[in-house]
Design a protein around this ligand. Structure first.
Ligand SMILES: CC(C)(COP(=O)(O)OP(=O)(O)OC[C@H]1O[C@@H](n2cnc3c(N)ncnc32)[C@H](O)[C@@H]1OP(=O)(O)O)[C@@H](O)C(=O)NCCC(=O)NCCS
Length: 175
């Protein structure tokens, strides 16, 4: 499993020592409700199960660790669903500092360079404009909307599907 680096971040495989922090950050309903699969309430067993399942084929999951102090802040990953789908979350104390954009940008670079993808997908719930903005900053375009299950809310929520091509990503980086 590889380790990726950006200016302020290290993206590395999640490990059991991340479980306590992961549990704290994902117990926050405001974080869980914006993801499709994180349940609420969330406990250490959920984090253990998540880490135990990471080795699955066609998934690339990374912990987002801050270089400055080594803190585990969240996760980002790519999961195969036809194309690879990008996902990410950060603990609330780390919102609003550009970390999600920086982590996602590095992971998308990995998808295009190392996994030889020509496009990746992502989705954001209609009430999560911050994530929509992250994806737009990367160069992703709206590609339809549909209802998608949300484990924490226990119901389907309107989700905007996004498509990010290699060409759009490179154009955005160069701008
Ligand atoms: C979505 C999330 C990952 C964003 O992380 P982040 O590190 O704060 O994101 P960034 O700082 O890189 O970028 C957020 C951008 O959205 C903008 N933004 C924040 N709140 C916004 C809002 N309500 N409306 C529009 N834009 C908003 C920010 O200004 C920023 O843009 P800027 O850099 O141009 O100023 C984080 O809020 C999170 O983990 N949320 C819970 C889980 C989640 O939503 N995961 C994604 C599922 S698709």
């Amino acid at each position: 499993m590889c380790i990726l680096e950006s200016d302020r971040l290290i993206l590395r495989p999640p490990r059991p020592s991340d479980i306590p922090a992961m549990t704290v950050w994902l117990s926050d309903y405001d974080v869980a409700k914006m993801t499709a699969r994180v349940p609420h309430p969330y406990d250490e067993e959920d984090a253990e199960d998540f880490i135990a399942g990471i080795g699955a084929v066609d998934r690339h999951v990374f912990a987002i660790q801050r270089k400055a102090d080594g803190l585990f802040m969240g996760c980002t990953g790519l999961a195969r669903d036809g194309d690879f789908e990008l996902g990410y979350w950060l603990g609330k104390p780390f919102w609003g500092m550009g970390y999600a954009t920086e982590a996602a940008r590095r992971l998308i670079g990995f998808a295009f360079e190392m996994l030889d993808q020509s496009q990746v997908t992502a989705g954001w719930y209609h009430d999560n404009p911050a994530s929509g903005h992250v994806l737009a900053k990367l160069g992703a375009r709206h590609n339809g909307s549909k209802m998608r299950d949300c484990a924490a809310r226990g119901r389907a929520v309107l989700c905007h599907d996004m498509l990010l091509t290699r060409a759009d990503f490179l154009r955005k980086q160069a701008a």
